[in-house]
Design a protein around this ligand. Structure first.
Ligand code: ADP
Ligand code: MG
Length: 401
């Protein structure tokens, strides 16, 4: 269901006579930053998340604390809000279908269903005419036997519910492949050929229901142990022709889906001179996220509109204008590992550096690998942003990049 323009501060748009309220499924950090953006424009917000101390629930006007498929919880959400979005792709499809029948939802249940299943996602990417890593679908033992030798070494990925490198196993031989599939409980998977990566990047676009599509310049991303560690965002982070190609591919993917909302597409840049690059070209699509993305958090501080502002606009049917980046930026992800023996990192020392913007998500437990927050360094140019970010990383005990 797509709907009318939902102006902030209007009354009577949602069922309860309150001022316009926007809803979000999921109460993590992405939901929290959506809530902040919506509230700063004057919207009321409602979060649905079973966790009673979720990062978004803590800052929202309303927090419905039920399971995503709880009919009462969904009914309350429909009653409270004028439109609803999601902050994670693993939201049960049934929840979005129910909501979509009653309220405008962006992205649509169909788009989320594709993004949450690597098998459907690969098929969609192929339809969009963008290169993907050579792959095979593994759903039965017979599929293992049919895997061509050329796919090894490879990465076996569960079709559903993987994130931050979870649900993935690297395999070098057929024996390892069989053992890995067994280890993943023989759920549907894709086996991807292991590509020689020179770099990884991502593109974030926002597309409205009228087809208007705006974008941010591609981000250069460094992952450690399957988790995003550092994002470098400035014009010189990659050759311009490659950046254009990535943006064009992302828009093609969004158009093919008739997508409404914020979409992030992750890419691999292949090593120059590699046989894979000779066949596939320099740029290969990895995966997409039907929501704002960790690699776009710098837009909060370095752009005149953030990815979350654009999420609000697409949801409310407001106009989209091309965002402008006004500062070079480097973002460091702050994982729970930094809280050594529970001690609070020396934020005062970090914040003494110029152009530092600290964002903590209000999570109480600093577990290893858990995303607790991020630090964005903005500067007049890339060299300065990198230099300060390296100093911050050193102060925090993070590896240099
Ligand atoms: P997740 O959903 O966990 O983000 P990804 O599919 O993006 O899963 O994989 C996580 C990381 O693993 C990627 O960012 C990349 O560094 C590496 N990776 C994934 N697939 C491949 C591949 N086919 N070839 C080389 N590296 C890969
Ligand atoms: Mg990824």
């Amino acid at each position: 269901m797509s709907g009318p323009t939902l102006l902030p501060g209007a009354t009577g748009l949602n069922g309860d006579g309150q001022q316009t309220t926007l809803g979000v499924l999921g109460g993590g950090q992405l939901g929290r930053m959506f809530v902040h953006a919506a509230q700063s424009m004057g919207y009321f917000t409602v979060v649905l998340d079973p966790d009673v101390i979720s990062p978004a629930g803590l800052v929202s006007h309303y927090h419905i604390k039920t399971d995503y498929l709880d009919q009462q919880g969904l009914a309350q959400l429909i009653q409270r809000c004028a439109a609803v979005t999601t902050e994670f792709e693993n939201v049960p499809a049934g929840a979005l279908v129910t909501l979509g029948g009653a309220r405008p939802t962006a992205p649509s249940a169909d788009a989320v269903a594709i993004a949450q299943d690597r098998i459907k996602e690969k098929a969609h990417l192929a339809r969009s005419g963008v290169p993907v890593a050579p792959y095979a679908v593994i759903e039965a033992a017979a599929d293992l036997a049919a895997v061509p030798d050329a796919l090894l070494p490879g990465i076996l990925k569960t079709a559903r519910l993987g994130y931050d490198g979870k649900g993935q196993v690297r395999v070098n031989s057929r024996a390892e492949l069989a053992a890995a599939w067994d280890g993943l409980k023989s759920v549907p998977c894709v086996l991807e050929h292991m590509l020689p990566l020179a770099a990884e990047c991502s593109v974030i676009v926002a597309r409205g229901s009228d087809g208007t599509c705006v974008h941010f310049h591609p981000q250069l991303n460094l992952h450690r142990s399957g988790i995003l560690a550092v994002t470098q965002a400035y014009e010189e982070n990659m050759p311009l022709a490659l950046a254009d190609q990535a943006v064009t591919a992302t828009k093609a993917i969004a158009n093919e889906l008739n997508y409404v909302g914020v979409l992030c597409v992750e890419f691999f840049v292949l090593k120059e001179g590699s046989p894979e690059r000779a066949v596939l070209g320099a740029l290969v699509v990895n995966e997409m996220a039907p929501r704002p993305h960790n690699s776009g958090h710098y837009t909060l501080d370095a752009c005149d509109q953030s990815q979350f502002d654009l999420q609000v606009r697409t949801l409310a049917g407001l106009p989209l204008t091309q965002p402008r980046q006004h500062s070079a930026a480097v973002m460091l992800n702050l994982l729970g590992d930094l809280w050594v023996n529970g001690a609070t990192p020396a934020w005062d020392q970090v914040l003494a550096l110029p152009g530092t913007h600290l964002h903590l998500y209000g999570k109480l437990k600093a577990n290893k690998g858990r995303k607790m927050g991020h630090l964005t360094v903005t500067a007049a140019d890339a060299a300065q942003a990198n230099a300060v970010a390296l100093q911050a990383a050193k102060l925090l005990g993070m590896a240099a990049f």
